[in-house]
Design a protein around this ligand. Sequence first.
Ligand code: NAD
Ligand code: MG
Length: 392
Amino acid sequence: MQYITILGSTGSIGVSTLDVIARHPDRYRVYALTAQNRVEELAAQCVQFQPSIAVVGNAESAQKLQLILRQQGLKTQVEHGAAALCAVASAAECDCVMAAIVGAAGLAPTLAAARAGKKVLLANKEALVMSGPLLMDAVASSGATLMPIDSEHNAIFQCIPAAYHDQHQRTPSQHGIEKILLTASGGPFLHRDINTLDKVTCAEAIAHPKWVMGRKISVDSATMMNKGLEVIEAHWLFGVPASQIEVVIHPQSVVHSMVSYVDGSVLAQLGNPDMRTPIAHAMAYPERIASGVASIDLVKIAQLTFEAPDLVRFPCLKLAYDALQAGGSAPAIMNAANEIAVQAFLDGRIGFRVIDQLIARVMAALPSGPVTDIESVFEQDQRARDVANSFI
Ligand code: NAD
Ligand code: MG
């Protein structure tokens, strides 16, 4: 029996994870569930999955949750705040942690899980973008297992030899790996008249053509910053330099990514765009379990198409390559500026086209510093947020 903590259980990934867990009561139990504020939804999850602990954002939400759970006769212990998140991510009672909080808020508990040697299922790509070397070192020194949940990285994991994953110092060329082909749907604005992009609404930006996701990652997909974050994520997860990571637009979202080898072979992982596939894969690896996702009907899909990304339309993708090239805290600075810009866009305070301009300005204003410890990462993250806010 595996005991799982889900950080961000009310989110899109959290709900998909619980869906997979519910299909395998013989294998998995929930140790802890966490949510920032959707108390009623969290309460309903607690009733169904009976976790030992539930964590919410603040004391008020905790009181509200406590009340509902007591009325239901549940013994689930209720906690709140950042320290409680780290505690449930590193508790001895839990074996596996789904890191599915959105944004920088997920970094501390994800790192706590890695340091405690847990099996870490990583959806929270921002954590890795901010602190790549720290998180990878924590995993290596504690003996934790890091499994990618992001569909592209999970696909790459499946297309890379198992022996490669077991090595700490990995050299792609020793395994014949030539490059990683990271697929991208192109989001809702792939073919929209570029001159109208400054006028798109929030509703248009979060209406992803293929995936149903949280609001922040949906906007990231529309700007393609999501793919930029994923390039950096792939760099850290697989030890591959930026020059060997190529983004390919694939609007059908059936090929989730590919690995190209020196002998001319290209291995791909295909499937319906449903996050329960990578979640089930990562949870059960090296076994395979049912996820509830139907297999693909290639005849019905009929066509798989590919094109090169347009960096004029999607400047965020270039910013991410620049940040990875600059190294140090540049990715953390870029990530922080992006979080502020996306929130400002969602709040209707800035236009869509201002998102990339704002990030570029923050990156130009703040030089990259060293990433030596978590405190320095948070300092640079805060500085970038302050500068971004001052520009708005
Ligand atoms: P979401 O917005 O649907 O859910 C976010 C979850 O995090 C919620 O449970 C929320 O309560 C919690 N949360 C938000 N702010 C918090 C804070 N300050 N402190 C503690 N908890 C907080 O997001 P999502 O779409 O499920 O995405 C989660 C993560 O997974 C993101 O990093 C995203 O990039 C990544 N991801 C998502 C998908 C997808 O298909 N949704 C795919 C790949 C990767
Ligand atoms: Mg992805």
